[in-house]
Design a protein around this ligand. Sequence first.
Ligand SMILES: NC(=O)c1ccc[n+]([C@@H]2O[C@H](COP(=O)([O-])OP(=O)(O)OC[C@H]3O[C@@H](n4cnc5c(N)ncnc54)[C@H](OP(=O)(O)O)[C@@H]3O)[C@@H](O)[C@H]2O)c1
Length: 326
Amino acid sequence: MRTRELGALKVPAIGYGAMVLSPGMYGEVDEAQAERALRAALDAGAVHVDTSDAYGPGGHNERLVGRVIKERRDEVVLATKFGLAIPEGEAGRSFPVGYAYGELRVNAEPRLVRGYAERSLRNLGADVIDLYYAHYPDPDVPIEETVGAMAELVRDGLVRHVGLSNVTAAQLRAAHAVHPVAAVQNEWSMWRPVDADLLAAARELGVGIVAWSPLGSGFLTGAVQELGKGDFRHNAPRFQAGNLAANNDRYAPIRALAARLGITPAQLALAWLLHQDEHVVAIPGSRTPAHIEENTAAADLTLHPDTLARVDEALSAFEVSGGTLL
Ligand SMILES: NC(=O)c1ccc[n+]([C@@H]2O[C@H](COP(=O)([O-])OP(=O)(O)OC[C@H]3O[C@@H](n4cnc5c(N)ncnc54)[C@H](OP(=O)(O)O)[C@@H]3O)[C@@H](O)[C@H]2O)c1
């Protein structure tokens, strides 16, 4: 698969987002199915594996990832995050996101950062985290202080590269002045534009961008007609019945364009993203080996400039029902 650079870290253009493998997000998941899916991703070359200490209860996702990659650790670029799975007895600050959970609580105080990393290493059964992110900036802690503590993890060999997730351009600049940031992980997809200032700052500083939910939490595949039990998207305005139907109708021109190109809507969504910048990579999630193969194949697609123009034209006419929040 084509590779790309996130700062000094080389990764495949399409990685794998493991969040989908833990319960509490996309409904229940069978453990054996989850392990099969992750193996399929590694076999397909999606060896940049993205997890977090907050996915699933008690480090479920990290432990699952750790178990599966154990035999193939050297092939894998292992990325995880901290700040949302707050240790008992510690306070968290509310972070103003609207999607799905009501509120997120964050604690990225520097005095907790080493403990977070050590807990993740134990969950993962690993000696080192290749790319370690602050999952969300802590509203009460200057980002420079959080990153200062992360820099000590790099110095002491627990972490190879520093990442930040869900940050602004100003936060990226402030953090990068303390320690080089390899990657910023923010939501970016056909129905969720990236912040233009953040993209400009990342380009200027040589920081890579990891696009989360690059398939719009499944919407952009065209395959989401109704939601099963325990699916977090029930709480997301864009997926509520009337909105979902309207969004699916309005998205028809993009699906038709994919069909004309002989690729799937998921492949068009991923390939389009990779064409936005040479330092963007995508980490789609899937439990279905056939989808994983389809997604990874999108890394090698080259879209003609006319195709990109047609996509942008269709996107500019695509009015999303359900507001700006997921
Ligand atoms: N930093 C953050 O704050 C943050 C937040 C959210 C997510 N993330 C990261 O981003 C990763 C990806 O996000 P995500 O999983 O929520 O959203 P996503 O990748 O946009 O979409 C995942 C959904 O798409 C479906 N899908 C995938 N490929 C498909 C295909 N080819 N055809 C049809 N359906 C397909 C999956 O179902 P199937 O299982 O049926 O394929 C799943 O329901 C996460 O794993 C996580 O690592 C980070």
